[in-house]
Ligand binder design. Structure first.
Ligand code: ATP
Length: 133
């Protein structure tokens, strides 16, 4: 078998479900490339773009953290939020980015509020980067 059944699931439902040839994701420990028969693993993901490759085609998904679970014939990504590239509302992400930047400028570093604003900024920037792929 040269395919991996891949599911990307959030609390709102399934964002992607299908067979792909390769899944690339950024774990906190580094880049992971999953081909069929990959060894099993579970790893936390960075706020980043997941790439799903099928023959010549690549689908891009903005993932807001979460976890990847790899089994030899199956990949599951569980995330608080995830959007396929074409479903990303760019104007909304731009507004979220501007809002987060405005909040950050008035906050002291190493506070809970600063950390939260930084995460909001990361999510917005990741959505914009994914939409631009
Ligand atoms: P915002 O400040 O614009 O609400 P957020 O980062 O607070 O963004 P999340 O809490 O990460 O949003 O996500 C809430 C829901 O909204 C999720 O279902 C997520 O997929 C969706 N979502 C957030 N931003 C976008 C966007 N720019 N385009 C499409 N869907 C989005």
């Amino acid at each position: 078998m040269n395919i991996v059944q891949t599911d990307i699931v959030t609390p709102d439902g399934k964002v992607f479900g299908g067979e792909v040839h390769m899944v690339s994701a950024r774990a906190t420990s580094g880049e992971i490339g999953v081909l069929p028969q990959h060894m099993p693993l579970v790893a936390p993901l960075e706020i980043s773009t997941v790439r799903l490759k099928n023959y010549g085609e690549t689908k891009y998904v903005a993932v807001s953290g979460g976890f990847i679970e790899v089994r030899p014939d199956r990949v599951t990504i569980l995330a608080e939020a995830a959007e396929m590239k074409d479903d990303i509302d760019v104007a909304r992400a731009e507004k979220a980015k501007a809002d987060a930047e405005a909040r950050l400028s008035g906050l002291q570093k190493d506070t809970k509020e600063h950390d939260a604003a930084l995460l909001d900024l990361k999510r917005a920037e990741n959505r914009l980067a994914t939409a631009a792929r």
